[in-house]
Each structure stands twice: as C-alpha cells, then as structure tokens.
Write a protein that binds this ligand. Sequence first.
Ligand SMILES: Nc1nc2c(ncn2[C@@H]2O[C@H](COP(=O)(O)OP(=O)(O)O)[C@@H](O)[C@H]2O)c(=O)[nH]1
Ligand SMILES: Nc1ncnc2c1ncn2[C@@H]1O[C@H](COP(=O)(O)OP(=O)(O)O)[C@@H](O)[C@H]1O
Length: 204
Amino acid sequence: MIEKGVLIVLSGPSGVGKGTVRKELFSAENTAYEYSVSMTTRLPREGEVDGKDYFFKTREEFEALIERDKLLEYAEYVGNYYGTPVDYVRETLDNGKDVFLEIEVEGAKQVREKFPEGLFIFLAPPSLSELETRLVTRGTESDDVIKTRVEAARRELSMMNLYDYVVENDHVVNACERINAIVMAEHLKRERVEARYKKMLEVE
Ligand SMILES: Nc1nc2c(ncn2[C@@H]2O[C@H](COP(=O)(O)OP(=O)(O)O)[C@@H](O)[C@H]2O)c(=O)[nH]1
Ligand SMILES: Nc1ncnc2c1ncn2[C@@H]1O[C@H](COP(=O)(O)OP(=O)(O)O)[C@@H](O)[C@H]1O
C-alpha cells in the first residue's frame, strides 16, 4: 500500500510574502511537493497562464463548482472567489505525493476542519510595521486598501496559534529552509523513513 502524502498548507496575512515564498520553493529543481493550482474568478494578470498560475473561472462556473462540492475550501477575497480543487488534492495525496496549498487564512481554517491531518504553517512577518512596508512596496493596493489589510492582519495574526508551526518570513530563503525542515520532520514523524528502512532490510 502506498503511504499517503502530506497536505501542506501555507497561510498568513496579506503581504507577508506567501506568494513569494511559494514561488521560491517551487523554483528549486527538485521540489518534492505538488503545487495545487487554485481556481479563481479574478482576471488573469499580465503573464499569468490558465492552468499554471490559476484556473480562471467565471463567477457562474465557480458557483457551480461550489454546488457540486468540487472545492476543498473556498473564500471570497477582495471581491473574488478563490478555491482549492478537491479531486486533485485527494488523488495526489492518495498517490503518495505531498500537496502544497498557498491560501489565505479563511480557507486554511476550512481545510483544518475538513482535513485535520494536514500540516498547517503560518507565515508571520517580522513585525506589523514590516508587513505594512511590504504592502506599500508591492504597490498593488491603494493607501485605503493597505490600511484595511493591516487592520485585517492584526486579526489574522491572532489566528497563528491555530497552526502547527509559525515560520517567520524575515528572508525568503530562510523561510523556505524552515518550511522544508518542518516537512521533513513531519515525514519522520509519520514514520515513512522507518517503513522505507524496514523495506530495505527485507530486500537485502
Ligand atoms: N482560500 C483560498 N485562498 C487562495 C487560494 N489561492 C490563492 N489564495 C489567496 O488569495 C489571495 C490573493 O491572491 P492573488 O489574487 O493571486 O494576489 P496576491 O497573492 O496577493 O498577489 C492570496 O492571499 C492567496 O494566498 C485558494 O485556493 N483558496
Ligand atoms: N522576506 C521578505 N523580505 C522582504 N520583502 C519580502 C519578503 N517576502 C516577500 N516580500 C515582498 O513583500 C511583498 C508582498 O509579498 P507577496 O508574496 O505578494 O505576499 P502575499 O502573497 O502574502 O500577499 C512583495 O513586494 C514581496 O516582494
């Protein structure tokens, strides 16, 4: 029987660097995780590819997916829906591969309820003022929106104790190293290594 993969959920407040850290993790040649491409109703940005960055859907299509129970979780974020395709996640885990989700906190909460055996990692900023600086430097939001995001971040930060681990995103490479170490430790915990070791001894 194949061991099931680990469902890794990376979440945290807007602007903390989730997308940046995720891209860095997946830029490595030998990434051990499968990235679950999300569904969204937001319009593609320049350079974004359907099926690679997101599956771009109309609101009607997205609502039909909700109706048909095709999403592991979904949330409305700044006027658009975002959600995780449940069939892909289940099939990939069943094939023994780790699945990586990079989602906002409301969605992560839903996954926690449906999938408590997941590995929940909260990406935290070094400080609230650094978070604000990152939102400003990203330059994708107006001053008003940034203010709302920082307020929301206060609430979101209080949710970090619901996670298995908190990783500080001081430097992107450090955050990636910490995440990889956590996943490796989780595998050890789940005794996959022991099982493999036993198998090796059987073969020899
Ligand atoms: N709940 C949920 N959130 C998602 C999903 N995919 C992406 N997100 C989050 O949606 C938010 C907005 O994503 P996006 O529009 O790509 O903008 P950006 O990541 O802020 O540049 C981010 O916080 C993502 O982590 C998903 O499938 N479910
Ligand atoms: N460790 C870091 N140090 C400094 N800036 C960072 C770091 N991680 C991300 N950033 C910057 O912060 C901004 C927000 O990052 P982003 O990945 O879009 O956040 P999120 O996906 O959590 O909303 C971007 O301008 C990004 O380049």
